[in-house]
Each structure stands twice: as C-alpha cells, then as structure tokens.
Write a protein that binds this ligand. Structure first.
Ligand code: MCF
Ligand code: FE
Length: 410
C-alpha cells in the first residue's frame, strides 16, 4: 500500500473536485482519497511519500490519437495545405518509415512518458510499431489501419490487414488492446469499409476514423469539387466520391461507438451523429499545421460531443508532449473563458480520453479506479484552487513521477 500526499489533488471526477492538502492511498487500484492527515492515520501500514511543496496529484494523461510510424519526420513533410501535405506523405512515407528505426520509436514514446501520458491510441499503418507498442510502459490501444479506394486491390489489402490484425491480437494483454482504424471517407472504398466494420463487430474491436479534417474533404464529398479532385487524379483519371454524402459514410458507424478524429469541417447533423455514436479526438496542432479548421469547443459541447485530445503523429506536430498540445489548445480556443477552458482541456486529456479509448477505470482519481497517477510540481503557490488547471497547462513540461496500476513508470 502506498500513499502520496501533496498540496493539491485534481480528481477529474464528475464535479472536477480539487482537494487541498490531500492524499491518495493505492495499490494497483485507488483505495482512498481525502484529507492528508486522516488518510495517513487511516492506513498506518502504507508507505507514505510526501511530495514537495506546490505539488499536484492528478490522473495520467491520455493521448487518444498518434501515428508513431511517422516519428522520423521533422522537416520532410510539407505543411500549410492539407492536400499538399497528403501528397508529400504519399511520396515520402516509405522513406520516412524506413528512417524510423533504432531509437526513433523509443524517443517518441519517451516524450509521451515524460509528459505523463499513461495511455495512448496508436494508429498503425504498417505494423512496424507493433513490438515497440507492446513493450511500451503505457496502456496502448493499437488501431490497425485499413484504406484503399481501388477494389481491384481489395483482396491484397484485406489479406495484409488481417495479417496485421491477427499479429496484434497475439500481443493482447492487460495493457495492450487490439482495435482498428478506417483511414477516411476519401481513401476507403465502401466495400473495404464494410469488410473492416464486420470484423470489428464480430470481435468487438474499438474503431477509429479520420473524419471531416479539411475543407477539401468537405467540398469533395459534398460537391465532388475542390483540391481533392486534382489530387485524386493521381490514382484515378476520373475520380468520384465513394460515398453519396458524409452522412452516408457516418451511418455505417451507427451504434458502434467510434472514435472520430478531427471533425473541424463537421456540420451540425454530423456532430449530432457523433455525439450519439461515439466520441471525437481533437488535434489542434496538427489542424493548424495543415491549415485545417479547428472544431469549436462550444459548438461541439452544445451538440453533446465528448471530446478528447490527440497529438496526431510527428507527421503533423513538432512534439508528442501532451502539455505542448494542451498549451496549443488553450490558445486555439480563444472564444472560451480561460479558466473554464483550462478545466475542460484537463478533462479532455484525462477522463474523456479514457472514455474514448474505452479504458474503464482510468482517467479519474476516485475510489476503486485504476491507480494511473501522475505528479507535477508547480513553480510556486497558487492563491486560488480554480487557477490550478490553467497554471498546470502553462508551466508543465515534464511530470515529477507517474504510476500505472500503482507501479512507477516515470
Ligand atoms: O491525422 C493526420 C492527418 N490526416 C490523415 N492521415 C494521417 C495523419 N497523420 C498521419 N496520417 C497517415 C494516415 O494514417 O497518413 C497516411 C495514412 O496512413 C495518409 S493516406 C495515404
Ligand atoms: Fe491522424
């Protein structure tokens, strides 16, 4: 039994309770939380650790969307325009993934570890990340990606996908969950989508998909116009949208509790659908770098959409540190009150992330939940508890310590 005691404890519970002079007692689960002195008295045999002044105890962060296979990118890919970026990915992805060998994956995972990420959702395009994700100290939801617009190649695509999926199933463990990702509506033929969704239904796999990331995607599916019409000519002399509408694509996911990613170009009816059939991962840095729209928080919340945060890959970010992502989000949503927004963002990065990745028992510090805990030292005292979420976002780069299932991992 262990006890951590600190000046502040952020529970991330339903009421977003913040405790002062508090302690948490845990083994692999959280046994109790409360006032410092009473917790220490109540569990006399526990090993007590008094954290340094201005410390904060909070749940581990959850990054719901990352692409580790693209971690070798620094300046190779072209930013500033979505289709231009996509073009550069298609040209460079083979070389990039080849460059992500020794040390590259480890460094990327270490960056997440140091920032206090205790769980992440990995989009695996090729399976090169399987071993390293299995060995990662964190909880990993491993989304095997499928895409393909030409049914001529469907057999090979499906065979390769099944092979990767089976391999990842062999790795299934308490901290490693197999899932699947449909790349997007502009890259995945309905037949290939149906094939993948059937597998997901049969095996109860969590599903993720990039959705309404760019205005190019919007224009393409709505009007068969815009940047995509030229871009897709590379693959097909007369490209046509593969779905009659974005809603036609969405309807395929009805009842499946899908993790949708991006959503900046979503319409109201699509947000309604997402709120009823899943959650949404927002990646503000990626959206900004690729000149894509960022979904407004108030709009998403007014539709009841449960939002989480993703870094996306280093293919469209300069950092996998979740505090960098949180800072970017704080400044991206300039229309939301600063303190209110800070609180929301911390919720997105903890409790909502757990919900998005279906990590039951993670994301909050409450009795009987998993002991996924991080500790952070603020640079100075705060004069009011409601300032803590904002100060955490402003000042944190690395955590002081972290626990998963009560075991120290950082
Ligand atoms: O989320 C970003 C931007 N949107 C789409 N795809 C990706 C992102 N980061 C990496 N990707 C990958 C995707 O998984 O890029 C490829 C896919 O493998 C693009 S489609 C050839
Ligand atoms: Fe992505």
């Amino acid at each position: 039994l262990k006890i951590l005691s600190a000046d502040y404890l952020l529970t991330c519970d339903e009421d977003f309770t913040i405790l002062k002079d508090a302690a948490v007692c845990f083994d692999e689960k959280i046994i109790d939380i409360g006032d410092k002195d009473s917790i220490i008295q109540k569990y006399p045999y526990a090993i007590v650790k008094h954290l340094s002044p201005n410390s904060v105890i909070m749940p581990g962060l959850i990054n719901t969307h990352v692409h580790l296979e693209f971690s070798a990118n620094k300046t190779t890919l072209e930013y500033g325009d979505f289709t231009r970026w996509l073009q550069s990915v298609i040209e460079k992805r083979e070389a990039l993934t080849k460059r992500c060998v020794s040390g590259c994956f480890e460094e990327a995972i270490e960056q997440m570890v140091l920032s206090g990420v205790s769980a992440f959702g990995e989009i695996s395009s090729f399976g090169a990340d399987l071993n390293i994700c299995f060995k990662a100290p964190q909880r990993v939801v491993f989304f095997n990606e499928i895409l393909g617009s030409n049914t001529k190649f469907a057999d090979d695509i499906e065979k390769d996908f099944k092979y990767r999926l089976n391999k990842s199933c062999d790795f299934e463990s308490e901290h490693f969950t197999t899932a699947l990702s449909i790349h997007s509506l502009y890259s995945t033929h309905p037949k290939i989508l149906d094939f993948a969704l059937n597998i997901a239904k049969e095996n109860d796999f969590l599903i993720s998909t990039h959705f309404m990331e760019s205005y190019a995607e919007r224009e393409w599916v709505d009007k068969a116009q815009g940047d995509f019409s030229d871009f897709l000519k590379r693959f097909n002399p007369e490209p046509k949208p593969m779905y009659g509408s974005a809603m036609e694509f969405l309807k395929k996911f009805e009842g499946l509790d899908t993790l949708f990613v991006h959503g900046g170009a979503c319409r109201d009816d699509e947000l309604d659908f997402i709120s009823k059939n899943g959650t949404l991962s927002q990646c503000v840095v990626s959206n900004r770098l690729l000149n894509n729209p960022i979904l407004g928080i108030e709009k998403a919340m007014s539709k009841g959409v449960s939002m989480s945060l993703g870094s996306d890959g280093l293919s469209s970010n300069n950092s996998l540190n979740m505090w960098d992502e949180l800072r970017a989000a704080l400044f991206a949503h300039a229309d939301v009150n600063t303190l209110e927004l800070s609180k929301l963002l911390i919720k997105f990065a903890t409790v909502n992330g757990a919900k998005a990745l279906k990590l039951d028992g993670c994301g909050t510090i409450e009795k009987e939940k998993n002991a996924d805990i991080i500790t952070i030292v603020l640079p100075d005292k705060v004069s009011s508890l409601d300032q803590i979420p904002l100060e955490l976002i402003l000042h944190t780069t690395e955590v002081k310590s972290g626990y998963i299932d009560g075991e120290r991992y950082v």
